[in-house]
Ligand binder design. Sequence first.
Ligand SMILES: [Zn+2]
Length: 245
Amino acid sequence: MGETHKYHLVGWDKVCSPIQFGGLGVRYLIPFNHALLGKWLWGFGLEELSLWRQVFVAKYRVERGCWTTNKPRGSHGLLFWHDNWCSNRSLKETFPILFGCSLNQNDSIASVLVSQSPGHLGEVVDKLHWRLNQNGTFDSRSYYHALHAPEVVHFPWKSIWGVKSPRRVAFFMWTVTWGRILTCDNLKKRGLVLAGWCCMCKADDESVNHLFIHCWAAEKLWSLVFRSVGIDWVLPLQVSDLLFG
Ligand SMILES: [Zn+2]
């Protein structure tokens, strides 16, 4: 606490959401770190001649596209029946009866393709393909969103961040839209004991929507603005609806 204590107005989960979903676009450090480390996994599958990969292979060996202490397999190590290499499902799930009949259920793709006749699957180059990106190459952004899918929230972000206003004003409106400024009702939720009425009209409890829309002082200000531009407008119940308007 102390004199420098400041309230945490908006939760970290909202702060870490994308801007279009009501957040500030800050990334969660742990999944973002994993997404960045994914570049090494991707490079491990592609850079077969690089020195750093050879060091890992010598120390840990390779299986299923990654380093391991188990016996290595050919190609990228993908298993013909168990891995998702030609669709979103494994062949074991797509063709369970065939899988039950197979005598080589743990064969790698490389070993199966070598046995095919020329002109068929044997001519297809086995390569890594990143399904989260249209061009098939890895990028940490798509990996991060796969690791941490944001909650979809309908939020008037364009009315806040897309207008020409000072950044601190936009940030204040972002906090207001979430209803998290330190009005009396929010202070009471945080355990403070105080009179909760609006200090301007003393006729109602002070909440975000009252302070910015329904208080007589706010209504006078809004009507002054509307008269100056020559329009009649019925104010909505909530600030967020005002920004969507
Ligand atoms: Zn009031």
